[in-house]
Design a protein around this ligand. Structure first.
Ligand code: SAJ
Length: 477
């Protein structure tokens, strides 16, 4: 009788050597924390020697992090595990054969944000590399965000084809989705609970053995691989849904002439034992690489796993509708801008419109899937001249990002706030009006960061998301 996986794993002994494939903002902190754990004796960081990111190998082996921005503790910890020779970055994937456990932290971006189909090619390449090298009794863990059904489906197939072995018999296979956020990578891995889902009980147990040593406050939540895939995509789907709910409310409040933030305060006050409304913040739209795609991973998962879904025929899912509401918000910002210009006796065509904020998040340089882009496209299509300011974003393909606020707003007929950067909260109405050089410049606040009354008093035409109480104000001056 062939040996079962559990006895193969116990014969192999405890996990001592770990490999992490993909030296990005998920893989690097994971590898460093595995290397810092006394339970493990050696950690390899696997990085393809590609023209775009091969430089990371040398850099990491010098103990230097290639990650941008502040990451508390990471530089020191990386330096220390390199000095102790517990961590080594390499492009020699044959060393995977020495690893008791290999994790894949390879990103799965949209190939084209328009069609919302993820590009799994880099992840599949990584799986092929791992499949070719793993030895019997190894554990393979996918950390990337993937469509439910991937681990037990195409990932398992690739690994089995390349290795000639069988998952769940000759090697263990699991999914442990990352939950890291830039700026707190190590803290998130150590302190967040960790979802760990194997294709079978032995795989789950082996993955629990891998992740337990790196957790401090966080606890392991074991489940099946598919449940783990659904958990990860759902946690972002639900956040997107919460944002859509308050965006819909903001549109209603504008139509009813009331202030959505008064309603939000009222609703949020309903707190108590087991009682919450978790009402989030309305805004100019939802960007980033998590919330814009994970809903569609979940939707595809239901189709891929193909069970009979009992749901009202022809009705879109609540989650896809939420995505559509959030993606409508930049269009609503355009409507507010057009209405504001009309109030000032102007058309969009021929107007100068200044966008404040290209990043998708306040005080961040991340502009992936930024809501500002759709607004800019709409304004240009309607014949406006558009300038963009963002002191956090260096460059963006095809868009001139201005870093001199005065230059960007100079002569503007309308100033439109898309990101809630702290810089914009200190803009003074009189100064902005002087820079615009107009009697009634328009200001559209997409992130509720300016005081409507101060700008209205200065003669601005004010429009704000959810500000039904102010959007029809009388003109001053
Ligand atoms: N947004 C709103 N209203 C809100 C919150 C966010 O309009 O109340 C917008 C933001 O402006 C932004 C977008 O949604 O354009 C996404 O914001 P986010 O705070 O969700 O930031 P992300 O996309 O970086 O989300 C990440 C996710 N973390 C991981 O995937 C590991 C998400 O699960 C976290 O909840 C989120 O960070 C977080 O809480 O910081």
């Amino acid at each position: 009788m062939t040996e079962d996986l559990s006895s193969l794993l116990s014969r192999r002994g405890p996990i001592r050597t770990v490999g992490v494939v993909g030296m990005g903002y998920v893989g690097i902190p994971a590898a460093v924390l595995f290397a810092a754990a006394p339970a493990f004796t050696r950690v390899y960081g696997f990085q393809r020697a590609s023209p775009s990111s091969g430089y990371k190998v040398e850099m990491l082996n010098r103990g230097e992090s290639p990650l941008k921005g502040e990451e508390p503790d990471l530089p020191e910890l990386l330096n220390s595990v390199v000095a102790q020779q517990k961590f080594q970055c390499t492009s020699d994937f044959s060393k995977i054969a020495d690893c008791d456990a290999v994790t894949l932290a390879i990103q799965t971006p949209f190939s084209n944000p328009k069609d919302l189909i993820p590009d799994f090619s880099a992840l599949f390449d990584g799986l092929r590399q791992v499949g070719r090298q793993i030895s019997p009794g190894a554990l393979v863990v996918l950390e990337s965000t993937i469509t439910p059904g991937t681990t037990t489906g195409v990932a398992r197939q690739i690994l089995e084809q390349e290795s000639g072995m069988r998952a769940g018999h000759d090697f263990a296979l699991a999914h442990a989705p990352e939950r890291v956020m830039v700026g707190r990578l190590l803290q998130n891995i150590r302190e967040y609970d960790r979802i760990v889902g194997g294709i079978d009980e032995a795989s789950t147990a082996r993955a629990v053995e891998l992740y337990s040593p790196v957790l401090t406050k966080g606890r392991i939540i074991p489940m099946t691989a598919t449940a783990a895939e659904v958990t990860k995509t759902t946690e972002n789907t639900f956040r997107d849904l919460q944002i859509a709910a308050v965006n819909q409310l903001a549109l209603y409040c504008e139509a009813m002439g009331i202030n959505v933030y008064d309603v939000r305060d009222g609703v949020a006050s309903l707190e108590g034992e087991g009682v919450t409304r978790a009402i989030l913040w309305p805004g100019a739209g939802v960007g980033g690489h998590c919330l814009t795609k994970d809903t569609y991973h979940l939707e595809r998962g239901v189709k891929v796993l193909g069970g009979r879904l009992d749901y009202p025929a022809g009705k879109e899912s609540l989650f896809v509708l939420a995505r559509q509401i959030n993606d409508f918000m930049p269009r609503h910002m355009f409507t507010l801008t057009r209405e504001g210009l009309e109030r000032a006796g102007k058309k969009v065509e021929g107007a100068r419109i200044a966008i404040l904020g290209w990043a998708f998040l306040a005080n961040s340089d991340d502009a992936r899937n930024t809501p500002s882009e759709l607004f800019r496209d709409l304004a240009i299509e309607a014949g406006a001249t558009v300038t963009v300011h963002d002191s956090w974003v260096e460059v963006y393909p095809g868009v001139a990002i201005g870093h001199d606020l005065e230059a960007v707003v100079g002569g503007a007929d309308a100033v439109v706030v898309f990101a809630g950067h702290d810089l914009y909260t200190s803009i003074q109405p009189a100064e902005l009006k002087r820079l615009c050089g107009k009697n009634h410049p328009v200001i559209v606040d997409g992130r509720n960061i300016i005081d409507p009354d101060r700008f209205i008093a200065e003669g601005f035409v004010y429009k704000g998301i959810g500000r039904g109480d102010k959007n029809g104000h009388a003109l001053n001056g």
